[in-house]
Design a protein around this ligand. Structure first.
Ligand SMILES: Cc1cc2nc3c(=O)[nH]c(=O)nc-3n(C[C@H](O)[C@H](O)[C@H](O)COP(=O)(O)OP(=O)(O)OC[C@H]3O[C@@H](n4cnc5c(N)ncnc54)[C@H](O)[C@@H]3O)c2cc1C
Length: 409
């Protein structure tokens, strides 16, 4: 019976779809449920790091991703009060560590579309939109989900369930898995504009700007083709309401204060995000596995959330395929949880928090220390390589691969 081998996936975001592709290609029957009527078009993740490009390359997706995005070998740190460039890092130094010594700036919805196009060629994979998973039960041999679609309820049985249903994961909650960590008080405001920060300000495609009063990330995406769009990310004042932060006047003032201009900015998107640092207490409960934002969330400085999720997808799909097709026992699923949860905490959580603290540091001494460290690191090839191995998530993937059991942590 198909059910004996079927993998159910809650969530048709990029992580759920990538799991479906990798499992589907092994001939495993897969059914994906997504609560939305269609693929998300939310402009969230943009940066795909070298370690993830390697994973996508193995899946034959990297050429499409590069064609849809911008190749960005360099990133910079600036100091806003003095308007100076503090440090510049070039991924070229990783040429012996990776086939991809650069990041690719491709919007998340494009990545999903690239994967979806491949999924359509797999008759053993079903993607059901407008299907929200509401309940999860499991026994020794199977897992069952209850799904709501257009006011009707149905149940679906499978051998395993992957919860890739985002930060508010119903699957995680149904399995009573704690989501440990905290939520930042301030929210992150993203304003997208065609204003060219490279030509007018000398910024590169990924620019991090430190400021004790209001940090900013500024990066470029390809959008619908040249000339592309620039996204600026700011922290918000916690005393202001969403309406106050998002009004036309407020967003113009914010951009004009940061980057004065003799005319109003054209703003094509404005989005406000609550930001968390949380990791699930386990990525596996019996026949249920968590991947992507359902397993871990972090602030977007450094662009690591989806990267981590796509790496989870590759890891869990490889192990689950072995378990289902023969070639590995359930202990592989425990290893998935151990490897990915450990690196989520050691790398993504630690780095994204450190990245934020570096940009927002208020104390003059700390700021000077940060800047000295960054410029010394950038100037020293050995230190720069170490720094970039972490930023590019290569160290994280190497660490995950080195974990063979609880004793190796
Ligand atoms: C401003 C911003 C910038 C970012 N930039 C980057 C970046 O540069 N690089 C990076 O790596 N990451 C970045 N991220 C993080 C990235 O967006 C997330 O990590 C990514 O969306 C996670 O993908 P996912 O598939 O796990 O979850 P999601 O994209 O959240 O997808 C979850 C899917 O599950 C569906 N769903 C939810 N509940 C149910 C249910 N009950 N039943 C069925 N379906 C359900 C939803 O409809 C959705 O389609 C950024 C995030 C933000 C906010």
């Amino acid at each position: 019976m198909q059910e004996d081998r079927r993998v159910l996936i809650a969530g048709g975001g990029p992580v759920g779809l990538f799991c479906a592709l990798l499992l589907g290609r092994q001939g495993i029957p897969v059914r994906v449920f997504d609560a939305n009527p269609d693929l998300q078009d939310d402009p969230r993740a943009a940066t795909t790091h070298p370690a993830t490009l390697e994973v996508l390359d193995e899946a034959g997706l990297v050429d499409d991703l590069i064609a849809a995005g911008l190749v960005a070998p360099i990133f910079q740190f600036w100091d806003r009060p003095t308007n100076t460039k503090v440090a510049e890092f070039d991924h070229a130094i990783l040429k012996d560590d990776t086939k991809f010594p650069f990041v690719v700036q491709t919007e998340q919805f494009k990545t999903s579309r690239i994967i979806m196009k491949r999924l359509l060629a797999l008759p053993n994979v079903e993607v059901l939109f407008n299907h929200a998973v509401t309940h999860v039960t499991q026994d020794a041999g199977s897992v069952t989900v209850t799904v709501e679609s257009h006011g009707k309820t149905s149940t679906h049985k499978g051998a395993y369930l992957i919860g890739a249903d985002g930060g508010r994961s119903t699957v995680r909650k149904q399995c009573e898995i704690a989501f440990e960590g905290f939520t930042w008080e301030e929210r992150f405001l993203v304003l997208t504009t065609p204003f060219d920060f490279a030509a007018n300000r000398g910024f590169c495609y990924r620019t991090y700007i430190a400021d004790p009063a209001e940090w900013c990330n500024c990066f470029k995406v390809a959008a619908d083709g040249p000339p592309g769009l620039w996204r600026t990310v700011f922290p918000t004042d916690t005393s202001l309401s969403e309406e106050q932060v998002m009004s036309d006047e407020a967003v113009q003032t914010r951009l004009q204060t940061f980057f004065p201009l003799d005319r109003p900015y054209e703003i094509v998107h404005r989005n406000l995000y609550t930001t968390h640092q949380r990791v699930a207490a386990t990525f596996r409960k019996g026949r249920v596995l968590l991947a992507g934002d359902s397993a871990h969330v972090n602030n977007s400085i450094g662009g690591m959330g989806l990267n981590g999720g796509l790496q989870d997808a590759a890891n869990v799909s490889e192990k689950l395929s072995k378990v289902i097709l023969g070639g590995g026992g359930d202990d592989l699923l425990e290893l998935y949880s151990l490897q990915r949860r450990t690196v989520s905490i050691e790398f993504v959580q630690a780095q994204s928090i450190a990245n934020k603290k570096r940009l927002e540091a208020r104390d003059a001494e700390t700021r000077q220390k940060n800047f000295a460290e960054l410029s010394e690191t950038a100037a020293d090839p050995a230190k720069a390589r170490e720094f970039l191995l972490k930023a590019s998530m290569i160290s994280m993937q190497r660490r995950a691969a080195s974990i063979t059991g609880p004793d190796s942590i």
